[in-house]
Unconditional design. Structure first.
Length: 398
């Protein structure tokens, strides 16, 4: 099968880019496919958000997967007839159920489920006229253009002090995670950001005794980076910086890693103040499982005894894409910065036939590259670049 565009990754970025290429750039669905190993598109998004019992997104409603930024508001219906809690203040943040239903609408509207190939891309080879892609199911595809829309969701951050082989210790974002207690337990939730807060509140609601262990104070931030990073306010200086090490430093400084939105922080403060959740600030030095309990030992000398420990420490910061991207870099000598991430042009082109989105695009798109707004910004550039490339190819052929 030869395709005009093959998108590797069926998450937020892959789905939005596919919708934009079909709905705006006029690419034929018959010549576009999305490769992802899950049995449905957006599977990791749905699984991770369900795990944390998220109620509303952190992002405003204009950050959605449809073509029009206001499509989610229209999907919700007229304001006077809406159910309560569909949007949360500030910034009209949509309820998770509403957002997911709208994602289903986008997938149905553009027939994206029929374009999903359930497999993992295992190797890419760049030829003169196409890119050859091998899949885990044995299938081989060729595509004029490949978009790498891979993220970090398959790589949760396991701290060195956390043993991996104990059934009482899990990372909540591990693929296939099933570490929820079936009866009342005392549980340590380790992490200081929004995911840890949401998991702790979920466990409290389910009747467990919860200890929340954070290595820093609870940090309040509405978004995971300042809104100025979505426009010229901050991006102008970022793009003028020619040194990619300095760009990386700007990204690290700009990200509010381990932060909690104000509404969740208020709820968390209240339950901590009421003694419903025990909060401990300190760096974990060891999880000791040699006894009958899980002992969370802090560098301060405090030890917390629980029945199990759940890690909510986010995702690894390494370059995503695993062996596939490693092989591409090695075989095609693709340009990377010191941090290992791609150096791409303004069209997010890593090679004349390879484009990127998500974390792989952050040295060009900045600290918001990973989120929903980053997907929309990446699609803006990819739609223009791929549409122009296709038009030039058609003109040359005629």
């Amino acid at each position: 099968m030869h395709l005009d565009v093959l998108i590797i990754g069926g998450g937020i970025h892959g789905v939005h880019i596919a919708a934009r290429l079909i709905g705006e750039a006029g690419f034929s669905p018959e010549r576009l496919r999305i490769v992802d190993p899950a049995d449905r598109l957006l599977d990791r998004w749905r699984t991770c958000t369900a795990t944390t019992a998220m109620t509303h997104l952190r992002s405003p409603s204009v950050h959605n997967l449809d073509l029009n930024p206001w499509a989610l508001q229209r999907f919700a219906g007229k304001r006077k007839k809406r159910k309560q809690n569909l949007f949360a203040a500030p910034f009209d943040r949509p309820a998770l159920g509403l957002f997911n239903a709208h994602c289903d609408r986008v997938i149905d509207k553009f027939g994206l489920a029929e374009l999903h190939i359930q497999a993992r891309a295992t190797a890419c080879s760049i030829e003169c006229e196409h890119v050859g892609v091998e899949l885990s199911n044995g299938q081989q595809l060729t595509a004029t253009n490949v978009v790498l829309a891979v993220g970090s969701s398959e790589h949760p951050e396991w701290p060195a002090w956390a043993p991996r082989e104990d059934e009482r210790i899990h990372h909540v974002f591990d693929p296939g995670f099933d570490g929820w207690p079936t009866s009342k337990e005392t549980i340590a939730v380790i992490g200081g950001g929004i995911s840890a807060a949401q998991v702790a509140l979920r466990l409290l609601k389910e009747g467990h005794d919860v200890h929340l262990v954070s290595r820093h104070a609870l940090r309040k931030q509405q978004f995971d980076s300042e809104p100025g990073w979505l426009g010229p306010k901050f991006m102008a200086g970022f793009l003028q910086e020619p040194d990619f090490d300095r760009r990386r430093a700007m990204i690290v400084k700009a990200r509010h890693i381990g932060s909690i939105p104000p509404d969740i922080k208020r709820t968390l403060h209240r339950v901590i103040h009421e003694g419903l959740i025990s909060w401990h600030e300190g760096q974990v030095s060891k999880l000791d499982t040699s006894g009958g309990k899980v002992s969370t030992e802090l560098r301060s000398g405090i030890t917390i005894e629980t029945d199990r420990a759940l890690l909510a420490t986010g995702f690894a910061q390494m370059r995503p894409g695993g062996a596939l991207v490693d092989q591409l870099v090695a075989s095609e000598s693709l340009c990377c910065a010191q941090c290992g991430y791609p150096v791409v042009d303004e069209s997010l082109r890593w090679h004349s036939r390879i484009f990127v989105s998500g974390p792989l695009a952050e040295l060009e798109l900045g600290p918001a590259a990973r989120n929903i707004a980053g997907a929309r910004r990446a699609a803006n550039r990819l739609v223009d670049a791929l549409h122009s490339k296709q038009a030039a190819s058609i003109a040359k052929a005629s």
